[in-house]
Design a protein around this ligand. Structure first.
Ligand code: MN
Length: 487
C-alpha cells in the first residue's frame, strides 16, 4: 500500500503579531502530532496561513504531492476568507473543515481579551465556512473537540474516504474479455468513469493470459500451494485442479503487476484456452487486496479494490458480492449472497475449505474454490451504476448473520444478511434506484464514508437505511434527476 498523509492547514492573519502566531503554530503542530497517534493516517502540520500567497502555495503543493490525500483546515483565530479564495479555487484534493478549538473549557479566571484574541475559532470557522459555501467547494465539515474519540473517529473515517479517492484516481482495471453478453448493468461509460473517477479500464487478450499461464514454473506453483495449505483446509483429493488455480493466479498477478493494475474482471463466456474458470485464484487475489468483478463487471471490480483500500489497515473486509436468493419466512427474512465461485475469504467466519465441484453452467472443467460461511456484523452493500449522463452510487445498510441453514450441498461461499429498513422495502428501494445484482459488501466501510467519497468525486449518492421509504426515495431520485440535468 502507498503511504498517504493529510495536511493540517491552520488559518490566522498577521494582525495578531508574532507572539500569538508562534503560539498558534506550536499548538497546531502539537495537535497534529497527538491526533496522528489515533488517526488511521498521519496528520502533518503544514502552515499557519496568514496571506493569500501562503494559502495558494500550500494548495499548489498539496495538489502536486501524490502522498497528500487531502487537507484539513481550521481557524485557531480569525482568518479573513478573501485570502483563501485563490487557493481554495485551485484545490484538487479532498477538503475537510475541522471546526474545533484548542481549549475544551472557557477558563473562568484566565479569560481576558488576550485569551479572546488567541482563541477565536468560534467566529474564525464561521468566516471560513462562508467562503466554502460561497465558492461551492465540496467539503466535509466536522465540529467537535479535537481530543474526543467520536470526533477523531469521524476525522479518521473521512480520511479513509479521501484515501478511497486517491486510490480511485490511480485505479487501473485489467479486463480479460468483455462483459457478459446482453447484460445491461455491467455496461457503462468508461470515458465518463475515467473523467469522474480516474479509472483506466482496458482489456487484455485471454490468449495472452494463457501464454502467461503456460510460462508459470512448477516451483512457483509449489510455493503458492504451500501458501494455500497454510491459509486453507484442503477438502479435495483433486490436487491437480488446485494446482491449475495456482497457475492461473500467478499468471494473472504477473500481468496485473506488470501493468500496475489492482483490479480485474473476467467472464466464463470467454475462457478461450483455459481449463477452469478462476475460482480459488480470484479469491486468493482478492484476499491480497485486488479488486474483482465477475461477468466482466469492471465497475464492481474497481469498487471492490477501492473499498478494500478504504478499510482497516489499507486492505479491509470488503468483497465482491451478488444477491442470489431470499428467505421470505415472516419474521425471518434474509438475503443469501454468494457468487459462482468468487467470494473473498476476508469475510470468512471459519477457515475456508478448498473444494472442487462442477460449475453447472459454462463448459469448463470443475474449478477449485474456497467454501465458507461469512461472518456476522454490520455492513453495507454498494452498487455503482451508470444512469446515463452520470454515475449513481447506491449504498444500503445491512446486518450480516450466521447463515440460518447449513446448506450442505451449496458448493460456494455464502453470506446471509438482513437488509434495512426491511427485506421487502429494501428490495423495493434498491430496484427503484436501479441498483445492480453485483455489489461490494463491506464490513468496515460505512454509508457516511461512501457519502463523503461521492461528494469528493462529484457523483450521485443514494442511501437506503433504516428510515428509507419507497415514496421518499422516489422523490429524492426525481429531484436528483432535475438537479443533475441543471449541473
Ligand atoms: Mn455475477
Amino acid at each position: 500500500m502507498k503511504q498517504y498523509e493529510f495536511w493540517f492547514v491552520v488559518g490566522s492573519q498577521t494582525l495578531y503579531g508574532p507572539q500569538v502566531l508562534d503560539t498558534v503554530a506550536a499548538r497546531a503542530a502539537g495537535m497534529a502530532g497527538e491526533m496522528s497517534r489515533v488517526l488511521p493516517y498521519p496528520l502533518t502540520y503544514k502552515v499557519t496561513a496568514k496571506s493569500n500567497a501562503e494559502i495558494a502555495q500550500v494548495v499548489k503543493e498539496a495538489n502536486y504531492d501524490d502522498s497528500c490525500a487531502g487537507i484539513i483546515t481550521w481557524c485557531h483565530t480569525f482568518s479573513p476568507s478573501k485570502m483563501w479564495i485563490n487557493g481554495l479555487s485551485e484545490l484538487q484534493k479532498p477538503w475537510c473543515h475541522f471546526a474545533t478549538q484548542y481549549n475544551r473549557e472557557i477558563p473562568n479566571e484566565e479569560i481576558d481579551m488576550d485569551f479572546m484574541n488567541l482563541n477565536q475559532a468560534a467566529h474564525g470557522d464561521r468566516e471560513h465556512g462562508f467562503i466554502g459555501a460561497r465558492l461551492r467547494k465540496p467539503r466535509k465539515i466536522i465540529a467537535g473537540y479535537w481530543q474526543d474519540a467520536d470526533v477523531q473517529k469521524r476525522l479518521g473515517d473521512w480520511m479513509r474516504a479521501a484515501v478511497g479517492v486517491a486510490v480511485s484516481k490511480t485505479m487501473k482495471v485489467m479486463r480479460f474479455g468483455d462483459n457478459m453478453r446482453e447484460v445491461a448493468v455491467t455496461e457503462g461509460d468508461k470515458v465518463e468513469a475515467q473523467a469522474k473517477l480516474g479509472w483506466q479500464v482496458n482489456t487484455w487478450p485471454v490468449g495472452d493470459l494463457v501464454a502467461e499461464m503456460n510460462a508459470v514454473t512448477d516451483r512457483e506453483i509449489a510455493q503458492l500451494m504451500a501458501e494455500y495449505g497454510e491459509s486453507y483446509d484442503f477438502a479435495t483429493g483433486d490436487v491437480e485442479a488446485v494446482r491449475y488455480q495456482a497457475r492461473e493466479e500467478i499468471a494473472m498477478r504477473k500481468m496485473m503487476d506488470a501493468e500496475g493494475c489492482t483490479a480485474f474482471s473476467n467472464t466464463f463466456q470467454d475462457l478461450h484456452g483455459m481449463d477452469q474458470l478462476p475460482g480459488l485464484a480470484s479469491q486468493h487475489l482478492m484476499a491480497q487486496g485486488y479488486g474483482y468483478g465477475g461477468e466482466g463487471d469492471w465497475k464492481v471490480s474497481a469498487m471492490t479494490a477501492i473499498l478494500k483500500a478504504m478499510g482497516e489497515g489499507g486492505n479491509g473486509c470488503s468483497l465482491f458480492m451478488e444477491d442470489y436468493t431470499y428467505h421470505l419466512v415472516k419474521g425471518q427474512e434474509y438475503s443469501l449472497g454468494a457468487h459462482m465461485l468468487e467470494v473473498c475469504p476476508c469475510c470468512a467466519a471459519e477457515k475456508p475449505r478448498i473444494e472442487v465441484h462442477p460449475l453447472g453452467i459454462g463448459d469448463r472443467q470443475p474449478p477449485a474454490r474456497l467454501v465458507f460461511e461469512g461472518k456476522e456484523g454490520d455492513a453495507v452493500v454498494v452498487s455503482l451504476i451508470d444512469v446515463g449522463g452520470r454515475l449513481r452510487l447506491i449504498c444500503q445498510d445491512i446486518h450480516c448473520v450466521k447463515p440460518i441453514l447449513p446448506m450442505p450441498n451449496l458448493p460456494v461461499a455464502r453470506v446471509m444478511w438482513q437488509a434495512e429498513p426491511s427485506l421487502t422495502t429494501g428490495v423495493e428501494c434498491w430496484i427503484t434506484a436501479g441498483g445492480a445484482h453485483h455489489t461490494v459488501l463491506s464490513y468496515d466501510v460505512t454509508a457516511d464514508m461512501m457519502r463523503d467519497w461521492c461528494r469528493m468525486l462529484d457523483i450521485e449518492f443514494v442511501h437506503i437505511g433504516k428510515d428509507s421509504t419507497v415514496e421518499g426515495l422516489e422523490r429524492e431520485l426525481f429531484l436528483n434527476d432535475l438537479a443533475w440535468k441543471l449541473k
